[in-house]
Unconditional design. Sequence first.
Length: 242
Amino acid sequence: MSRFLLALSLAALGCAADADEEATEEGGNTVLGGASDDGDDDGDGFTNAEEADAGTNPDYEYSRPYTGGYNVGFCDTPPEPTGPTGTATNRNGVSYTAYTEGDVANNFTMIDQHGEEVDLYSFCGKTVMIALSAGWCGPCRGLAATMQAVQDTYRDQGLQIIEIITADNSYNEPDVDFLAGWAHQYEFEDIPVLLGPEPKSWTDELMLWELDGFIPTVFIVGPDGTVLSADDDAHDPSPFLQ
């Protein structure tokens, strides 16, 4: 597959479970895990009651409802990231640091097709398949056409697929309308399509998730945030599910 990522912008540089709190009644006010339902224990902008209704965890700040109905998880504490420790090399022989197997990923936050900010750590406790794609990339579109079926098959086993779009059909940075169109075209029901900010340097977020400069790029991240497969053509997540 001949699809070189970021050829334009960088050439010049040469623990999974739903919130299951028992509710009791105290003085006419519902209590979740000992806290008032109109409180916001984790400070994420959603009340404890809203999180209980959505099946997210009111005690973990990254576990919160999303318009897209994603397979949100939680961990008792957030992952302890190592950051990237691998070495990537592009086709021009330029080397830079990227994630490799065994690394624990940092959180990232990107805008989805609904205009909402989505955190990677919202899926702590789930197995996450991250795909980097672009509108101009035919093989990326081929992969996207399979994603919802895979998500449907393995959602109950703790899978969440994330699609990150690095460019539109004209090699320009995508906008939310393009993300929404992508989600509609491939009938995504509960898969976030994220706006991947155009890298300005070798240390920018997207470069951390790219080992060879070609797309589609697929990483598999385990429930504790550990990279299980790094840009190794692992398009089937089932071997990594627990």
